[in-house]
Design a protein around this ligand. Structure first.
Ligand SMILES: C[S@@+](CC[C@H](N)C(=O)[O-])C[C@H]1O[C@@H](n2cnc3c(N)ncnc32)[C@H](O)[C@@H]1O
Length: 466
């Protein structure tokens, strides 16, 4: 068929034309009922952010067959209820789940569904690949105790910040106070007319700038941020040490600078290289010419309000159950000192997969700004190690090693849930090597995943026992 006959449009446009919701269209793609095209009309396997197109002709003929009873929307093995297609973006990123972006997190509703179906109040759940702490937050909400382990220092920081119990009034005061100080700093920096510049003469400002830049020995920060952004973030960072809720302020600052890099607005998750300051580009997100941002004050302001709202929301839902966060390698972590003889009721986790994401690298700006120590070489399934046969073999060995290490802390009747996009079918072998039995597999269509591009795919949740 020629491009003109295919009538290629975006998902939103297609949904409007055929009277469906965009998630329905994603669903059809995910099930292979209609094809994926790029903007040039080429059939593609994987769509980059913003380029996915579908054919109205294909869509109409598929829906026509469905109407006549000759086609089905869903293939059998799929657990429809686990698609959570009707859950809004706001619900999927509710309260503390959006305190900081994190590529590769699962949606809270999925965790909630399994915890409610298979566990009870006061149980103890382990997530040995905790990431940004979704399992811990949802466990706490349901009155379940939890332990999370992650090799990355920044992921542990995000998880701690999300799960901590706060004195809301005190937090609000600190966030607002530091924000007002950085606003003032920024006004002096930009020689704004609404401050009395005689109080802060040019020379004094130059000294302050010099001393801030002297504190920054990161090539990365100098390259990926405009001068004003850099100075604002360095000043905010300097102020943090004067406050009590330092971790929370670090996460707030990190979130702000992530959106303030010299990059296109549509490419926040995996930017390749910085743009020159002031350089105009065609923005796929806003559908107009844009320029990269050259300050972080505006983001600090937005995220200050947002952070207060989110921790307040979670505070109303949280329980007094225990949450333990451990920065370690799951293949060799010793949990004895945390358990005091208690055994774990189950695992709910989504381990890294083979060659998909570099978990340290995605937060490089935070590692650079706060001088955190990186443990990239201990990360299982690193993207930069690829997806080759030998990478797959390494993966099987490493995940099995973790499960073997953790088995001894589990109750005999414990339930283990592993969420994986197991496209290479590695988990049969992992289960065998770890001496675990696969009881059941749940399959869900992942049709929306924040910050992970447009490409829909299928995810398996393996249920294993000892
Ligand atoms: C798919 S993510 C988990 C995401 C999490 N479910 C969430 O919702 O945020 C996998 C995590 O495993 C961590 N990881 C990788 N290798 C590890 C290891 N050897 N020990 C512990 N954690 C590791 C990564 O740092 C990453 O945060």
């Amino acid at each position: 068929m020629k491009n003109s006959e295919l009538r290629l449009v975006s998902l939103e446009e297609a949904a409007r034309i055929v009277g469906k919701k965009p998630h329905n269209i994603r669903d059809y793609i995910q099930r292979g009922r209609i094809s994926k095209y790029d903007t040039n009309g080429k059939k593609i396997q994987k769509a980059r952010n913003g380029e996915l197109r579908v054919s109205i002709a294909e869509l109409e003929s598929f829906l026509d067959l469905v109407k006549k009873g000759l086609e089905k929307h869903h293939h059998s093995g799929l657990d429809i209820g686990l698609g959570f297609h009707d859950i809004s973006e706001t619900e999927r990123t509710k309260h503390v789940h959006r305190l900081h972006p994190y590529l590769g997190k699962f949606i809270p509703q999925l965790v909630e569904w399994f915890l409610k179906s298979f566990f009870r109040e006061n149980d103890l759940i382990l997530d040995p690949f905790m990431g940004s702490g979704t399992t811990l937050v949802q466990s706490n909400e349901l009155g379940i105790n939890s332990i999370g382990i992650d090799i990355s220092e920044f992921n542990c920081l995000i998880s701690r910040v999300k799960t901590q119990k706060y004195d809301i009034e005190k937090v609000t005061k600190e966030i607002n106070d530091i924000e007002s100080r950085i606003t003032k700093f920024s006004k002096y920096l930009t020689r704004s007319e609404d401050v009395d510049l005689s109080l802060f003469p040019e020379e004094k400002m130059r000294d302050l700038e010099k001393s801030l830049l002297n504190e920054c020995n990161s090539e990365y920060l100098r390259k990926w941020f405009a001068r004003r952004t850099l100075l604002e973030m360095l000043y905010y960072k300097r102020l943090i040490r004067e406050y009590h809720f330092r971790d929370l302020l670090k996460v707030l600052l990190s979130r702000s600078i992530r959106s303030s890099r010299l990059i296109p607005h549509y490419d926040l998750a995996t930017p390749k290289s910085p743009l020159p300051p002031g350089k105009e580009y065609w923005c796929r997100k806003h559908n107009r010419m844009c320029k990269p941002i050259e300050e972080c004050l505006v983001k600090i302001h937005t995220y200050s309000i947002d952070t207060i709202r989110r921790i307040r929301e979670f505070d109303r839902l949280r329980t007094d159950k225990e949450i333990t966060i451990i920065q370690d390698d799951s293949r060799q972590v010793d949990l004895e000192m945390y358990l005091h003889g208690r055994k774990i009721d189950g695992i709910f986790t989504s381990p890294p997969y083979v060659g998909q994401i570099d978990y340290h690298e995605q937060h490089i700006y935070a590692y650079e700004l706060f001088g955190l120590k990186r443990n990239d070489s201990l990360e299982i399934g690193q993207k930069k190690k690829g997806k080759s046969k030998s990478a797959q073999e390494d993966y099987i060995r490493n995940i099995s090693e973790s499960l073997i290490n953790l088995r001894k802390y589990l109750k005999e009747d414990s339930k283990i849930f592993i969420v994986a996009n197991d496209r290479y079918r590695l988990y049969q072998e992992i289960a065998k090597r770890s001496n675990l039995r696969i009881e059941r597999e749940f399959h869900r269509a992942v049709t929306k995943r924040t910050e992970q591009g447009d490409n829909p795919y299928e995810e398996t949740i393996l249920f294993l026992t000892k």
